[in-house]
Design a protein around this ligand. Structure first.
Ligand code: SF4
Length: 225
């Protein structure tokens, strides 16, 4: 079988970003159900806010059994400061119902014994869970060598010329996530993901990238910005 072809610069970019950002993990969690709840709390709000609302959620419901039995309006209360609390609470309520139905208890630990493909397929079957979220849970909590494509990874990969969007509006479609993941060697996926987030927040911002301060400017073609 032919080896996959990766862009020549991927390893150099990964090394330069690791040297700058040291694989900072952005506070993600080792328990896969906590990670899923954490990601829901993070929707459309800033880092300080979602870290605080997730803490409140865990203080209100210290165990997964407690949150699994709570009505949505009770789940909404501790996360209200993060915004969209009713939608987030309903999302949590809905996916906990499916998880308990499937595994008999509120846990995602059975995923640890599944292949990447099976675990991703199960996560994608949960209400409101898309490919990016599924791969975050797989990568951060289950140690799988997948590449979640969030808004920062997508913007930077396009600017580097690693991938061209298939959508007219440059939105990252699920197949674009697969195409980009296939261009990154498995052993570099975690490091590149976390460090691209750091770069995207600090320097390669959406509207005014500070290219003169960028540690990977020498590799950047700025194609399809
Ligand atoms: S050189 Fe500029 S556009 Fe390219 S990755 Fe760096 S900040 Fe982004």
């Amino acid at each position: 079988m032919a080896s996959p072809k990766y862009p020549l610069t991927v390893q150099d970019v990964a090394a330069a970003l690791k040297n700058r950002y040291r694989d900072f993990n952005h506070y993600n969690l080792k328990n896969p159900l906590d990670e899923l709840l954490f990601i829901i709390c993070s929707t459309k709000t800033g880092e300080a806010s979602y870290r605080s609302t997730f803490r409140s959620l865990k203080e209100t419901f210290p165990t997964h059994y407690q949150i699994a039995e709570a009505p949505a309006e009770y789940i909404a209360r501790p996360i209200v400061s993060g915004g969209l609390s009713n939608q987030k609470a309903k999302a949590i309520r809905d996916l906990l119902d499916v998880i308990v139905e499937e595994f008999g208890e509120p846990t995602l630990k059975p995923l640890r014994k599944m292949s990447n493909e099976d675990a991703e397929a199960f996560l994608l079957s949960l209400p409101g869970v898309g490919k990016k979220v599924a791969r975050c849970v797989l990568m951060y909590s289950l140690g799988r060598q997948v590449f979640p494509v969030d808004t920062h990874c997508w913007r930077i990969a396009r600017r580097l010329g690693w991938v061209r969007p298939t959508q007219k509006d440059k939105h990252c479609a699920p197949r674009d996530m697969d195409r980009l993941q296939s261009k990154i060697p498995p052993e570099l996926r975690h490091s590149l993901h976390v460090n691209m987030i750091s770069l995207g927040r600090e320097i390669c911002t959406p509207n005014a990238p500070r290219c003169d301060e960028c540690p990977i400017s020498g590799f950047c073609s700025r194609i399809g910005v």
